[in-house]
Design a protein around this ligand. Sequence first.
Ligand code: NAD
Length: 265
Amino acid sequence: MAKLDGKTALITGAAVGLGEGIAEVYAKYGARLCLVDIMAEVEATAERLRREYGAEIIALVADVADKAQMQAAAAQAVERFGRLDIACCNAGVCRLAPFEEMSDEMRDFHIDVNIKGVWNTCQAAVPYMLKQGGGSIVIASSVTGDIVADAGEAAYAMTKAALVGLTKCLAVEYADRNIRVNCTQLGYARTPMVEKMAHESNPADPESAIADIASAVPMKRLARPMEVGELFAFLGSDEASYLTGSQVVIDGGSTLPETMSMGVN
Ligand SMILES: NC(=O)c1ccc[n+]([C@@H]2O[C@H](COP(=O)([O-])OP(=O)(O)OC[C@H]3O[C@@H](n4cnc5c(N)ncnc54)[C@H](O)[C@@H]3O)[C@@H](O)[C@H]2O)c1
């Protein structure tokens, strides 16, 4: 029996990047999936995973920032599969700008997608989890904000740190009703988001920005989306039955070095 057999999971931001990697690992482990994304490409991702894993999948175009759309997405997942066991709150955005130039619109864009989007996804999923006697929520925070930050990430860092607080509160609020809530704190993975950030950081040579990230990570590489998917699968599964309110760092050691110059190797 596979780790997620019999489970239904809703995954946001599933068209590309980490969400696609999470969806692939969930499909590999036997979950039935409701993939949600603001981009219509989510259907192509669903079709690939149906073909490669024989997974039962519905793909929905919805904006996590719109509560009614997320409620409709959760309702469709339950209508199709009869239950909703896991919500992976993965959709997120990141735009870089110097703080003194960052517009209120750009700040609010991050708040709408990164904070309200997760809030909406959780509020859409929790009633079904309560009704069926439990569930698991996995929230994509980041090492950025709560642990480290790079210049230009003020809005992003603020919103990702806020998700740690949301994780803690929901974990304690629902612990006695068998809903576990955990968050992941990822370093860098190569995704469309990071390729765009590399372009904003070094328009003349974005590849060198990505190579520089890798060289600063003790494991000397970025994460692969499916490695992040494995963590989401573990946290979503019954194997993590005593984990709630946790912040799990997955960063190849990137937040460990104290300096780039001291030491013997
Ligand atoms: N890639 C990294 O290095 C990294 C590191 C730490 C945390 N994260 C977090 O992981 C998550 C995924 O990141 P990624 O790198 O795959 O990003 P990405 O930009 O490559 O992909 C994000 C996906 O979310 C979708 N999306 C964006 N806004 C949406 C909305 N309003 N409603 C529904 N879907 C929406 C996009 O269409 C896209 O499919 C984000 O929350 C991000 O903050 C990423």
